[in-house]
Design a protein around this ligand. Structure first.
Ligand code: FAD
Length: 433
């Protein structure tokens, strides 16, 4: 059995390491924290969730729900940890981030097969089998090397993250607990807005002062992570059709649906922290306080974390990767996680799982596994390795990445359920040993 080098102890790297040790291999895992921190990580823990504590929709009629189910069936460590550290969040799978990382570390270290080296890697190691999983905040020294390898175009762009407020600072005389359409438990805090309040908020957000990035890093926002002010700038009503949509929510005080609603989602088991759903932003901190306190119920909000702007590094995968996540040029060199151009916690973990399986195959001198695009994990792999068309942008999993059904099904939910059933059936037939 060989020792495989994994660079980056984030979601993808931890999942890849788990897949390797479960197939009998040893792992040398390089993680630069805490010696060198990224602009978003706060701890030295493996698989730290840097922003939201949600792993998104739980049901398989939703593409990310299907991806999670596939991961469960593929013995995913990230999914085991999520189940163990789950906190209530309606139809979403949300976790206690401390318990989540602790579970992952225990499983990896208890195996006795993982050697953790706290070191920043600044060049692709020359070892026989290497997985690079250094994520969207890859250290600049290594990013520079990767730029040469993968092509300088498209190496950088920005994402934006949402603020967290303390639960006790929310005015519950105005805000109310509910989940949309009363699905599951009433886990969200909802801040209702009248038309007048919404209009005033809109005017404030479109004229607020923004953080200005500098240098050569050109801003390219990913559609699924659009900053609130960017969304507002698209039109007066755009926020109302996006994160501030009121449908399925009735204000118990008026008995009516508000004009707009800001939702806050629980961040921790104790319910002390709440994340402003969809409020990723690059407003200056003082402006966040001024503008977001205009939201009814948040007039005295205590900001425990501000929304922020951050770098997202990814390689131009279609040029260099196979759907196995191995590079075409150098056998034994794999990439995994957000660095490959998948977007999101679940997608990054799933991609790490795939790279882990194939690095194990490589160590055993066996043929690599290619998951077909009918599976969610395969659809993502095919997308990043060139299955898509046109410009290469990071991507969340969606049913749109998977081939359509042969038969025509009108109802969306029914159609998605059939796509999910097809995927899980195919998954059973794939040899992942
Ligand atoms: C600020 C921010 C907020 C995000 N919020 C969300 C969110 O709310 N929901 C969501 O689904 N996705 C979110 N994402 C996107 C993405 O899903 C996560 O970043 C996810 O953690 C990616 O997993 P990963 O394993 O690819 O990278 P990471 O989890 O970032 O892991 C990479 C690891 O590599 C280490 N590393 C980097 N460079 C080196 C080096 N040279 N040598 C050694 N170690 C190195 C890092 O310290 C890190 O531990 C966010 C991303 C960012 C940057």
């Amino acid at each position: 059995m060989k020792k495989v080098t994994v660079v980056g102890g984030g979601l993808a790297g931890s999942e890849a390491a788990w897949q390797l040790i479960n197939r009998g291999h040893e792992v040398r895992l390089y993680e630069m924290r805490p010696k060198t921190m990224t602009p978003a990580h706060k701890t030295a823990h493996l698989a730290e969730l840097v922003c939201s504590n949600s792993l998104r929709a739980a049901n398989v009629e939703n593409a990310v729900g299907l991806l999670k189910e596939e991961m469960r069936r593929l013995n995913s460590l990230i999914m085991m940890a999520a189940e163990e550290s789950r906190v209530p969040a309606g139809g979403c799978l949300a976790v206690d981030r401390v318990a989540f990382s602790a579970y992952i570390e225990k499983k990896l270290f208890d195996s006795g097969k993982v050697e953790l080296i706290r070191e920043e890697i600044s060049a692709v190691p020359e070892d026989d089998i290497v997985i690079i999983a250094t994520g969207p905040l890859t250290a600049p020294s290594l990013a520079e090397e990767l730029a040469k390898l993968a092509g300088r175009d498209d190496l950088y762009f920005y994402d934006a993250v949402a603020p967290i407020v303390s639960a006790e600072s929310v005015n519950m005389d105005i805000a109310f607990f509910a989940s949309r359409y009363d699905k599951g438990d009433a886990d969200y805090i909802n801040c209702p807005m009248t038309k007048e309040e919404y209009d005033a908020f809109y005017e404030a957000i479109v004229s607020a002062k923004l953080y200005e990035p500098h240098g050569f890093e050109k801003i390219k926002f990913f559609e699924g992570c659009m900053p609130m002010e960017e969304m507002a700038a698209r039109g007066r009503e755009t926020m109302c059709h996006g994160p501030l949509k009121p449908v399925g929510l009735i204000d118990p005080r008026s008995g009516k649906m508000p004009y707009a609603v800001v939702q806050l989602r629980k961040e921790d088991r104790e319910g002390q922290l709440y994340n402003m759903v969809g409020f990723q932003t690059h407003l200056l901190r003082g402006e966040q306080e001024r503008v977001f306190r205009m939201i009814p119920g948040l007039e005295n909000a205590e900001f425990l974390r501000y929304g922020m702007i951050h770098r997202n590094t990814y390689i131009h995968s279609p040029k260099i990767l196979d759907p196995t996540m191995e590079t075409r040029e150098r056998q034994g060199l794999f990439f995994a996680g957000q660095l490959t151009g998948v977007e999101g916690y679940v997608e990054s973990s799933a991609n790490g799982l795939l790279a882990g399986i194939n690095a194990a195959r490589c160590a055993e001198g066996r043929e690599r596994v290619i998951f077909p695009p009918e599976t969610a994990i395969g659809a993502l792999a095919h997308y990043v390795s060139g299955g898509g068309s046109g410009k290469f942008d990071p991507m969340n999993i969606t049913f749109g990445l998977m081939p359509p059904l042969k038969e025509r099904v009108r109802k969306k939910k029914e159609k998605n359920a059939k796509i999910a059933a097809r995927s899980l059936e195919i998954l059973e037939t794939i040899d992942v040993s």
